[in-house]
Ligand binder design. Structure first.
Ligand SMILES: Nc1nc2c(c(=O)[nH]1)N[C@H]1C(S)=C(S)[C@@H](COP(=O)(O)O)O[C@H]1N2
Ligand SMILES: [Mo]
Length: 453
């Protein structure tokens, strides 16, 4: 087998690993050496800018402002002149000072840009909604330029009345809007064999949460007249990868949606414009984008994405198929490598928790690597199959700490430790890594990615 060198193995030294069987395994290679430096430099610059703001604010000052003259008791120049008018912004964009808050491409080698991944900058987000421009992208053949006027959704197979829907037809059905997360089954996969990257964006950033608007799939299947023998639905995308997944009829009739809008506006091209399938709580791969065809059948189709990919290689060598649910997971978003701690004192530690089975019931936080735990606050909306924000006040005395979060959902499922997960799943897995994550907070305030067995 061909081998690739991996920058940092379990014990921190270089080691060779066989080229993996699934997509992310092969992309682990050479990640660590190449990743942190440019990113880290960005963060340090931004940090210095903020720290400097109390004294002189040279970096953040707008054009014309020169440090101290802009600070109290002086009135800054932007208060003494007219601002920009409305004409220049028919569609708004973030402040220029937020230019660093962007999706970032996988730093490890991918076949090409069209079959790549971009990651959500989780450390920079607030609340639970991911803004449309920051939703991670995963596509296997690039973003197709679908013309909504020519886009059709075919529903056929074991139905009494096969139908072809235009987008106008689809939006005539009664719609619903729900806030739900989408997580790629490969989220965190690079860390199965030890920590690879000091970056929340790359350890957990294949995760987003939007308000999605669309039509329940059950309504459309009812319109087509589902036959009793129809037990599975095949969903096919209109992109060059022709992505196809088999969905059990129970899910299709439960909460699957045909989604055409996201956070109040029409889907973004990269999220499946003009219509995608959304399977709430299930691995992102099943939420087929640019949806063009639904076929009802009496058994699964065993497509590429449910045989060669998105299966879990178990310790006994068998491959577990159709592991749809994204199990309970959580991660601390501050402190994290992108958001180190600058000085001693009181902080609000924050994080995100989510479960593909329902609501988050409770999150515990440990500052000592899992020896003692404290119950965190759940903040804001606590919705099923949605990101849930948690926080904990903590006083940093300047000492080293090992930060962990452990989520529990309303079914009683508790997020496993890494050794519990390895025991159940072995070491050859790629997908569905939901183990308790550890950040090491050093005396310098810097945060790195470590693993505790
Ligand atoms: N047609 C099509 N649908 C697709 C994909 C794709 O490549 N083509 N990628 C899947 C994968 S692997 C994931 S994780 C999600 C990602 O959704 P997002 O790009 O909107 O974040 O879309 C899924 N749906
Ligand atoms: Mo995915």
């Amino acid at each position: 087998a061909r081998t690739l060198s991996m920058a940092r193995g379990e014990k921190g030294q270089r080691k060779r690993i066989p080229r993996g069987t699934a997509e992310l395994r092969s992309h682990m290679a050479e990640a660590a050496d190449r990743l942190p430096m440019p990113e880290r430099r960005d963060f340090l610059l931004r940090g210095l800018a903020f720290a400097g703001a109390t004294a002189a604010a040279p970096v953040l000052a707008a054009e014309g402002a020169t440090g101290a003259e802009s600070l109290p008791p002086h009135v800054p120049p932007w208060t003494r002149s007219l601002g920009a008018g409305v004409a220049s912004r028919p569609y708004g964009a973030p402040s220029e000072f937020e230019a660093g808050v962007v999706r970032r491409r996988a730093p490890w080698p991918m076949a090409n840009d069209a079959s790549s991944i971009s990651f959500t900058p989780l450390a920079e987000l607030n609340g639970i909604i991911t803004p449309n421009g920051l939703v991670f992208e995963r596509h296997h053949a690039g973003v197709p330029a679908n013309d909504p006027g020519l886009h059709r959704l075919l529903i056929h197979g074991m139905v009494k009345r096969p139908i072809v829907l235009t987008m106008d037809d689809l939006v005539r059905f009664p719609s619903v809007s729900v806030i739900r997360f989408i997580e790629c089954a490969g989220n965190g996969a690079i860390d199965w064999r030890g920590p690879q990257v000091d970056s929340l964006q790359f350890t957990h950033g294949m995760l987003s949460c939007c308000e999605w608007t669309g039509v329940p799939l059950s309504l459309v299947l009812e319109e087509a007249g589902l036959k009793p023998e129809g037990q599975w639905v095949l969903a096919e995308g209109a992109d060059g990868s022709g992505m196809t997944r088999s969905i059990p009829i129970e899910k299709a009739l439960d909460d699957s949606l045909l989604v055409y809008a996201q956070n109040g506006e029409m889907l973004r091209p990269e999220q499946g414009y003009p219509v995608r399938l959304l399977n709430p709580g299930w691995e992102g791969n099943t939420s087929v984008k640019w949806l063009r065809r639904l076929e009802v059948g009496d058994q699964p189709w065993h497509q590429r994405e449910e045989t060669s990919k998105y299966t879990d290689l178990m310790p006994d060598g068998s491959a577990r198929q159709f592991t749809y649910v994204q199990e309970t997971n959580s991660v601390i978003t501050f402190p994290c490598p992108e958001k180190p701690v600058r000085e001693k004192g009181r902080y609000e530690l924050e994080g995100l928790a989510w479960s593909g089975r329902g609501r988050i019931r409770r999150v515990d936080v440990s500052l000592d690597g899992g020896i003692t735990w404290r119950e965190a606050r759940l903040k804001g909306l606590i919705l099923p199959k949605a990101l849930t924000r948690f926080s904990l006040d903590f006083d940093w005395d300047g000492g080293p700490a090992l930060l962990q979060s452990r989520a529990m959902d309303e079914t009683g499922y508790v997020q496993p430790t890494l050794s519990q997960l390895r025991e159940a799943r072995g070491t050859e897995s790629i997908y569905h890594k939901n183990a308790i994550h550890t950040w090491r907070l050093a005396q310098s305030g810097e945060v790195t990615n470590v693993q505790i067995e």
